[in-house]
Design a protein around this ligand. Structure first.
Ligand code: SF4
Length: 207
């Protein structure tokens, strides 16, 4: 049988991180975002040009290999709902093995629902925690976990997570340094301050 689900255009994957949602998580940063929030720290993910293509099955195999070390999977970007078809199928598979799904979006929940798009609705129905709303530079606030501005909201779409999980968590940044001296930073926090403190050159394409 020919699989018609489109491949996912991916910016980067990280097999295990504790900085992008509750517990240890497999993270997929999708490639492509039309929203272009001012002050976005992930500008390298904006382009919709092909970057790394994965089929849903390829990604699911990688996730299954990590199954015993993670609590769930996080979709972020880029804008996950611009690739809702592939992600909704992947999210369904992830839930079927007992892992949780956290999805970030620069769109609000209401604006996604009003589109009446089957794939968007399917991704929402397979998401346990939606973290929604654009990053707004004038509303920068790093006091809550995983978000950078005060307008962004936590939407508990299933019973898997609750306010308690938010209150127990803190914002953090993880930095991975490669043998060649390059590094990858992820999580949420004041990247500019980090740059000054550690004398690093944090480029805008380092998430
Ligand atoms: S903050 Fe998120 S939604 Fe906004 S432009 Fe950057 S990647 Fe897109």
């Amino acid at each position: 049988m020919i699989c018609k689900t489109p491949k996912l255009n991916v910016f980067k994957i990280l097999k295990k991180t504790s900085a992008e949602g509750p517990g240890q998580r497999f993270c997929i940063w999708v490639q492509g975002c039309s929203l272009k929030c001012s002050g976005c720290f992930a500008k390298a993910t904006w382009s919709h040009k092909e970057n790394i293509l994965y089929s849903v099955d390829e990604l699911f195999s990688l996730i299954e290999e990590m199954k015993n070390q993670i609590e769930g999977v996080t979709f972020l970007g880029g804008e996950p709902f611009e690739q809702a078809e592939a992600l909704s199928v992947l999210a369904g598979k992830v839930k079927s093995i007992g892992l949780s799904v956290v999805t970030f979006s620069g769109n609000t929940y209401e604006s996604l629902k009003v589109k009446g798009d089957m794939n968007i609705d399917s991704l929402l129905s397979n998401t346990d925690l939606l973290i929604d709303g654009p990053f707004v530079q004038e509303k920068i606030d790093y006091s809550r976990p995983w978000v950078g501005s005060s307008n962004q909201k936590y939407r508990f779409l299933t019973k898997r997570y609750s306010l308690k999980d938010i209150l127990m968590a803190h914002n953090k940044v993880e930095i991975r340094i490669n043998r060649n001296g390059s590094f990858f930073a992820n999580g949420m926090g004041d990247f500019r301050q980090l740059e000054d403190t550690l004398c690093l050159q944090v480029k805008e394409n380092n998430l």
